[in-house]
Design a protein around this ligand. Sequence first.
Ligand code: DAH
Length: 337
Amino acid sequence: MHAELVNFKESALAEIGGAKTPIELDSVRVKYLGRAGLISKLSESMRDVPKGDRPRLGKLLNEVRLTLSAAFEDRAATFAAQHDLSAIEDIDETLPGTPLRVGSLHPLTQLQNRAIQVFRRLGFALAAGPDIETEWNCFDALNTPPNHPARNETDTFYLFDGRLLRTHTSTVQIRTMLAAPPPVRVIAPGAAYRRDEMDATHLSQFNQLEGLYIDKNVSVADLKGTLEYFVRELLGSQVETRMRPHFFPFTEPSYELDVRLPGVNSGRWMELLGCGMVDPNVLEKVNEGRGDRAYDPEVWTGYAFGMGLDRLAMALFGLPDIRLLIENDQRFLAQFS
Ligand code: DAH
């Protein structure tokens, strides 16, 4: 039996070595090591071996089983490695790769970033405030009386607790002044909300860029110079500007700034922003809110401005419909990458 086992082992190893495919190898494995395989049969025939020989032969049989198992695993690993190699064999690494689709910033974000860059060069810092605001920050502190139409329920989204979605980013003026004494030089980009019916030129959520400058001896000339510089930097030196008298509750005097640019808005004037000299009443409201006289209007003056970015984007990019800006249609967005 001893010699038989040794022969058995040799022929099994030869068959394992001779298997040419994983499938062939597997059938060899079943033949020898399978549940009804030859090793099992040999184990059974141990019963017929004289008692004295059993331990020695049993041990030998076990060694054969282990040797064969190891040989199978080796051979299987070789096949697996060959498979991996052949999978990459045909690859031509000199071919160009699959290009990644590169995303880009939303056109409004691009425009906003450009505007921010210009004001940063002028020394303005970035400020921010929440979209959900108190009525006081949005209206009262901005010298907007309770009967003002902007406060109407049909114009503003009120929450059940009396707060509201800010109707303009001018709220950040108030927050900035409540938080720190003058001088102030900030811009605040952000969302604003109005109960407008959505159409080609209106959204109920839109984007503004607010500015506030408070210092000593600030004049309309500073306001005008700053805004004209800004507009030229943003839109190019061909742009024309004009300031028209206007009314805002929080500035006195107040203006609207229009711009005209060849090839944009069919060459017609377009309204870009509202602005003016900060109304002393606003500074007094801030003092009330702060509980001090840090913003004494006899000492401090300033200007403020607020512009809508969506309409500007429409004009600059020649968009026929403002809703393109919120639909996130890849075919539209990809044109700005
Ligand atoms: N808050 C105004 C609006 O939403 C825009 C505005 C006008 C902002 C004059 C200002 C300003 O800071 O001084 O229509």
